[in-house]
Design a protein around this ligand. Structure first.
Ligand code: 5GP
Ligand code: MN
Length: 331
């Protein structure tokens, strides 16, 4: 057996070896981390275990259709006194990505770290990392198989949602034949693909469109039109009543422009805090760029959060792009 197979078996053993678990999804949760957390919950239920699922903040309501969604505790709104001996982190590249959750860990807590980010730093006691997996949900599928768990329609719905969202609807280059084989198996387990795609990919909020209108007005092409950036200030969010959830996905409008190599969005969820998202088309490794600012992610989709003034952060990030592309900002 190779190391990865051993890690999968070890993960399934971890789930069976403890009685009560803390499941943690990453900050600014997306479809993959949320689905993987809920899939973990369903696996633990099959094993007769109990659990609490937490996120540092709020989980987007668009994922409200997922089974056990209502069990996710928002730590910014609810406190939790309990301390946990067994922790499972999903889709978190490093301990910081779990957010402010450390106080929930008992001293000597054992952590199972399941992830697919190349920037993962193996922070767990047990680490199941496969960086060529399209989604953490893909690894969760393999944990399910390695542990001999049943693929119920609920579990399949979670796993399919993680695969669908992290491959951009089976369009990104991480869409391998293995991903499609797993997706086919999940359909046989009862997934309704049309309904999930509608909820995750098609439906948008009116506030998303209102904030998009402002973001497009800020569109800037720089670096010989190789970089397209958009800005959403705190005032834009306040004046439209949009949340950062409504603003998600805007980065793609820049990246999708013909000839653009890197799309960037700068979103200011609160004054002095800027969430930067990077999307690359082909040649640029944006994970390395995000990492140089304390963030991380994948070669073609990465991000970081910086403190400071929006205009100053924009300048700093565009200067970094000049360094990487070897082209001046206004060339
Ligand atoms: P997004 O721009 O959609 O928030 O994130 C794109 C990708 O980058 C996701 O895989 C996400 O997990 C990762 N990412 C975003 N922000 C950070 C960050 O601050 N640190 C790390 N390590 N990864 C991030
Ligand atoms: Mn992921």
């Amino acid at each position: 057996m190779n190391n990865y197979q051993e890690a999968l078996t070890e993960a399934a053993r971890f789930m069976k070896a403890h009685d009560r678990f803390l499941i943690v999804s990453h900050v600014n949760p997306d479809g993959d981390t949320t689905s993987s957390a809920l899939a973990t919950a369903l696996l633990l239920e099959q094993a007769g275990k109990s659990y609490v699922i937490v996120n540092e903040g709020e989980t987007p309501s668009k994922f409200g259709f997922l089974p056990r969604f209502e069990r996710i505790l928002n730590l910014s709104a609810d406190s939790l006194e309990e301390r946990f001996d067994a922790v499972i982190a999903v889709d978190a590249a490093d301990a910081r990505r779990m957010g402010e959750v450390r106080h929930l860990f008992a001293p000597n807590a054992r952590i199972l770290n399941i992830d697919h980010h190349p920037t993962n730093d193996f922070f767990g006691t047990v680490n199941v990392i496969r960086t060529d997996a399209a989604a953490t949900a893909e690894i969760m599928f393999e944990v399910m198989e390695a542990g001999g768990f049943a693929c119920t329609p609920e579990l399949a719905t979670c796993l399919y949602t993680g695969l669908l969202t992290d491959t951009g609807g089976f369009r990104y280059s991480n869409t391998t034949s293995h991903v499609m084989e797993i997706a086919a198996k999940l359909l046989r387990c009862g997934v309704k693909p049309g309904e999930i795609a509608e909820r995750c990919l098609e439906e948008i909020t009116l506030k998303h469109v209102q904030v998009l209108r402002r973001a497009l007005q800020s569109l800037k092409l720089t670096h010989r039109n190789q970089v397209a950036s958009l800005k959403i200030s705190h005032a834009d969010l306040c004046e439209t009543g949009a949340t950062s959830e409504d603003a998600s996905g805007l980065v793609n409008y820049g990246r999708n422009i013909e000839g653009v190599e890197v799309g960037i969005s700068f979103c200011e969820p609160e004054p002095g805090v800027v969430k930067v998202s990077f999307r690359a088309r082909a040649h640029v490794d944006v994970a390395q760029i995000a990492k140089s600012f304390g963030g991380g992610g994948h070669a073609k989709a990465a991000g970081c959060t910086l403190k400071g003034e929006l205009a100053a952060i924009e300048e700093q990030v565009l200067a970094k792009l000049s360094e990487v592309l070897g082209v001046g900002v206004h060339e």
